[in-house]
Design a protein around this ligand. Structure first.
Ligand code: ATP
Ligand code: MG
Length: 112
């Protein structure tokens, strides 16, 4: 199993959620975060307002998936989240060692 973490522009959340849902992903965690990339957060336009600060608002998605789901999910996120402008975000993939569905006690891929 793998854990996909994607940092995206907040206004792209709905597009990305729809794209991922079409792949049959059963769950998703969303967190509002702040961060910076190579431009160090300077002079990036966000909803028309120019931020001159170090941290820009982003949305973090976390998706636990079978290993064979990683590639299609990454493709879907990239396609839905991309504007072609700076700050489109990043995707990180981790090995996921265990999962438990609390209500049923199912584990690992049965729990996803
Ligand atoms: N190396 C990193 N480690 C952790 N988080 C990162 C890293 N790089 C980017 N991020 C997160 O992703 C967000 C978006 O990064 P961003 O897309 O601006 O990266 P970039 O490398 O500057 O690419 P671009 O030149 O396209 O803007 C950041 O605000 C931060 O939250
Ligand atoms: Mg950047």
């Amino acid at each position: 199993m793998k854990l996909i973490t994607a940092i995206i522009k907040p206004f792209k959340l709905d597009d990305v959620r729809e794209a991922i849902a079409q792949l049959g992903v059963e769950g998703l965690t969303v967190t509002e975060v702040k961060g910076f990339g190579r431009q160090k957060g300077h002079t990036e336009l966000y909803r028309g307002a120019e931020y001159q600060v170090d941290f820009l608002p982003k949305v973090k998605l976390e998706i636990a998936t079978r290993a064979d789901g990683v590639e299609p999910i990454i493709d879907a996120i990239c396609q839905a989240a991309r504007t072609g402008k700076i700050g489109d975000g990043k995707i990180f993939v981790y090995d996921l060692l265990a999962a438990v569905r609390i209500r049923t006690g199912e584990t690992d891929t049965d729990a996803l």
